[in-house]
Design a protein around this ligand. Structure first.
Ligand SMILES: Cc1cc2nc3c(=O)[nH]c(=O)nc-3n(C[C@H](O)[C@H](O)[C@H](O)COP(=O)(O)OP(=O)(O)OC[C@H]3O[C@@H](n4cnc5c(N)ncnc54)[C@H](O)[C@@H]3O)c2cc1C
Length: 355
């Protein structure tokens, strides 16, 4: 078979965009296919945090430092949509026991975090409710997720297709039949986010969808022109236009992927707990999408769909889309040549393989 590109990627979210960037940088030709027929994808939900100390006790995420290095290596363009890259991300402690845990993690990881006692919280943060002190996540930041994916794609060829495409693995390449015609590639890389749960090729993978809702609130006039990135019982990302994104709910069961009045209210109340001046702020917009996680590991899933297949998957970014899209995207060219280098906990697992 004569491939028309080296790698055909399905999915134009953070995973597909980071993979496309790095595979092209390794000298291969890439074409991206995606659909807009399945509703909003996770990389289109608006503001998001880069938070390497996200766990309840502020422990660093798995391979946090390497993921941050991979993000930085993606270059200045990656950060064009960052409202702040010169201030840390602030994480107020919820109570004394969380403050103790944050203190401990800041001591153990001084390049990532620094703990500020309540009476030394930097001046200028008086709008923040932080009676138990604040963890300053030094390499934390905030981005517009959609703008980031677009920036990573750069001038990669992108085609819009219907979601019911089919693929044939011919041994020396893959042929893909789509509503836009036939595409041929040496390798097919599936980065379909929630689309993985329903597509016939990938629906047997051990993946889970978790719904998250997000609202955009009008910012109170008393607040600074630009809020720093904030994380606590809710996270807040300044949209840069007089409004702030507030995320997000974490729902394992849901009837529809629309936002709900309860979800929006919960986020409004949580935002007001972090920043009291946001109490009663008007909801300008609300969105919902699914995070895809790998139950058990909560780490990304990467590798060939079946032994020796030319069809690969890259998914399971969960809540850490920015960190793990950058980290694993940067390593995909190496993993293509040496699949054994993929961390064992991140290899492809099908649900049937467990029973
Ligand atoms: C509410 C919420 C808040 C979040 N907040 C943060 C945050 O603060 N920080 C952070 O780092 N991460 C955050 N995340 C997680 C992050 O958004 C995701 O991990 C990341 O966007 C997933 O990217 P992806 O490329 O794997 O999937 P997606 O973004 O879902 O992209 C999937 C792509 O595949 C395409 N596709 C799907 N099915 C098909 C098909 N059958 N045929 C063709 N194309 C198909 C879609 O069109 C899309 O282009 C949040 C997620 C949610 C839901």
């Amino acid at each position: 078979m004569q491939p028309s590109v080296d790698v055909l990627i399905v999915g134009a979210g953070l995973a597909g965009a980071s993979a496309a960037h790095h595979i092209r940088a390794s000298g291969k030709t890439v074409c991206v296919l995606h659909t807009n027929a399945l509703g909003r994808n996770a990389s289109q939900i608006g503001g998001g945090l880069i938070n390497p100390m996200m766990a309840r006790k502020g422990r660093p995420a798995w391979m946090a430092a390497e993921a941050l290095d991979a993000l930085e290596a993606l270059g200045v363009d990656t950060y064009h949509c960052l409202p702040h890259h010169d201030v840390p991300l602030y994480r107020p402690a919820r109570d004394t026991s969380q403050a103790d845990a944050f203190r401990e993690q800041a001591l153990a990881n001084p390049t990532l975090g620094r703990f500020r006692e309540a009476d030394t919280v930097a001046a200028g943060l008086d709008y923040l409710r932080a009676p138990f002190g604040v963890l300053e996540v030094l390499r934390g930041a905030a981005v517009n997720l959609e703008a980031t994916a677009t920036a990573w794609l750069g001038d990669t060829e992108v085609n819009l297709i219907d979601p019911d495409w089919q693929a044939e693995d011919l041994g020396d390449g893959v042929r893909v039949h789509t509503s836009r015609g036939e595409f041929r590639a040496a390798r097919l890389l599936l980065c379909m986010g929630a689309g993985m749960l329903t597509h016939p090729l990938t629906r047997t993978l051990k993946l889970q969808g978790i719904k998250g809702q997000l609202i955009r609130l009008e910012k109170a006039a008393a607040l600074p022109e630009r809020l720093p990135p904030l994380s606590g019982i809710a996270y807040l990302v300044d949209a840069g236009d007089g409004s702030v994104w507030v995320g997000s709910t974490f729902e394992r069961d849901w009837a529809s992927l629309e936002t709900t009045p309860e979800g929006r209210l919960q986020l409004q109340e949580r935002a007001a707990e972090v920043i009291p001046a946001l109490r009663g702020a008007r909801v300008l917009e609300h969105r919902a999408a699914q995070r895809i996680t790998v139950p058990g590991t909560r780490l990304p899933m990467l590798g060939s769909l079946h032994t020796d297949s030319n069809i690969w998957v890259f998914t399971g970014l969960g809540s850490k889309g920015m960190l793990y899209a950058a980290l694993f995207g940067s390593r995909i060219p190496v993993f293509f040549n040496n699949p054994e280098a993929i961390p064992a906990m991140c290899r492809v697992v099908h649900r049937s393989a467990e029973s």
